[in-house]
Design a protein around this ligand. Structure first.
Ligand SMILES: [Zn+2]
Length: 479
């Protein structure tokens, strides 16, 4: 008997130690939070129990295109939608607004035309006479001819298909289509009045998902109007600030947005030099908006961070790095970007999917307090990992590494906000009994590791107020 007792006490010690180490494990909850934690954990376990009996029911394992409509009915998902999630730190600006909004609002604006260019359906706003001369056809006309036009348009703007496994047999094929969706919207969204509507909706979709601040990765777009004016990069950022200002007037709790300037990783040295000079000048003019630099595109293509090293030295004084790195399944190959991201003092790492293969990099990451931007749905749709229960970042969560949950390109998989990624992370990547401590830590991390300065404490005050309200609202359900 005494043997059993000592065995159980040793076993409990191990379990408690692991529990404390897991992300958020050492947070202390107050009495009210503890009650909410009990409810959330109960609902989580109920949902998991169904899957334990029949694993095909486990929604995060199903492809997101199939599970999305069921996820929205989950009680946990509904709570996560209401939960103040803090900040959204990794979303590409051209894939941030839900496709349905774009179709119903932007593609129904006057003077929009479409045409195939190099196998890609492009849309653009033009004067009718110019459109006719250049062989563009109005979307209005296309709609009259084809009653399913909007349905078809959705397939051009997103990756969504009935059978993703058949349509995208490889990572290369999914990335080919993925890149096309950006080409498809680029000219349309560069139309100044369209971008204004689009960006305001960007902020609204965050706000509606209880996120009060966002960081967008993108490039300054050459805005144009029907009169043929092509605007300067400065005008693009001015417009962003104006839209944000206007949005905040009617959405008091919204803190704001920042921009991480992103350069295509296939860029030549010559263009990179030019781009960096321009970005640094823009950053001087918009220091509160432009907060960092990143390289984007399929990591298996283009150049490595090591390749860019000579050009990047000294830049980080003015412009922090927020590099995508290790968004790969390869080992000793593309994942080596992780070594450079950490040595170049990237403030956060986009994806870091291959990190668990690099123990020394992991140690450095911990020492430098660099956060990992986990985007589980992106990783599934873009074929890095089909079952998030096997996601490599679980190892990092288990060791309490600073992880933030992000959405990457939600529009392209017909999602919006962060709740879907929070749901997948919570249900598939945390232990059964892990509840509110983890969720609270995710929100706190998203604030701590954002690009805001330490003196911008107002963002934390806003979140705290919303968090307390969330807890008291939840208690109403319990009592
Ligand atoms: Zn990304």
């Amino acid at each position: 008997m005494s043997n059993l007792l000592s065995y159980i006490s040793e076993r409990t010690r191990v379990i408690n130690q692991e529990r404390a180490q897991f992300l958020g494990g050492d947070l202390l909850l107050n009495e009210d939070e503890y009650k909410v934690d009990k409810l959330i954990t109960k609902l989580k376990v109920e949902e998991l129990e169904l899957s334990y009996k029949d694993s095909t029911q486990f929604l995060p394992k199903q492809h997101f295109f199939k599970s999305k409509n069921e996820i929205v009915n989950s009680k946990i998902f509904k709570i996560l939608k209401k939960l103040p999630k803090g900040h959204s730190l990794h979303t590409h600006s051209l894939a941030a607004v839900s496709i349905d909004f774009i179709i119903t609002n932007i593609t129904y604006m006057d003077n929009i035309y479409g045409k195939y260019i190099d196998d890609i359906f492009k849309m653009k706003f033009m004067k009718p006479e110019n459109a006719k001369n250049e062989g563009w056809i109005s979307l209005k006309e296309m709609r009259e001819k084809d009653k399913d036009f909007d349905k078809w348009l959705k397939t051009q703007l997103s990756l969504v298909v009935v059978n993703p496994e058949e349509s995208y047999p490889s990572i290369e094929s999914v990335w080919t289509k993925f890149k096309k969706t950006f080409n498809c919207v680029y000219d349309m969204l560069s139309y100044k009045p369209a971008f204004e509507v689009y960006y305001s909706q960007c902020l609204k979709e965050l706000y509606d998902d209880n996120i009060m601040y966002g960081e967008f990765r993108g490039t300054a777009m050459p805005l144009y109007d029907l009169q043929g004016t092509i605007y300067q990069d400065e005008d693009f950022f001015k417009l962003m600030l104006n839209v944000e200002q206007k949005f905040k007037e009617t959405h008091n709790d919204f803190y704001g947005a920042r921009f991480i300037y992103s350069i295509y990783r296939g860029v030549s040295f010559e263009d990179l030099r030019k781009d960096l000079k321009e970005i640094l000048e823009l950053q001087q003019k918009f220091p509160k908006l432009i907060v960092g630099l990143d390289f984007i595109g399929f990591e298996e293509e283009g150049h490595s961070l090591l390749h860019f090293y000579p050009e990047l030295i000294g830049v980080e004084k003015d412009l922090h790095f927020f590099f995508h790195a290790g968004e790969t399944n390869w080992f000793g190959h593309t994942d080596m970007n992780l070594v450079d991201a950490v040595l170049l003092k990237s403030k956060r790492i986009g994806h870091g999917f291959a990190l668990s293969r690099h123990p020394v990099v992991m140690d450095l990451l911990s020492k430098e307090d660099i956060a990992i931007e986990l985007c589980p749905i992106s990783n599934q749709v873009l074929l890095l990992n089909d079952d998030p229960r096997n996601h490599s970042v679980i190892t990092l969560l288990a060791k309490g590494f600073p992880v933030v949950v992000c959405s990457d390109d939600p529009a392209v998989w017909d999602a919006s906000g962060l709740s879907f990624d929070w749901y997948v992370t919570f249900m598939a990547m945390t232990p059964k009994n892990c509840g509110l401590k983890f969720l609270k830590q995710l929100a706190l991390n998203s604030i701590k590791y954002s690009a805001l300065n330490e003196d911008e404490t107002k963002a934390m005050d806003i979140w705290t107020k919303l968090w307390n309200k969330f807890i008291s609202d939840m208690l109403l359900h319990i009592e």
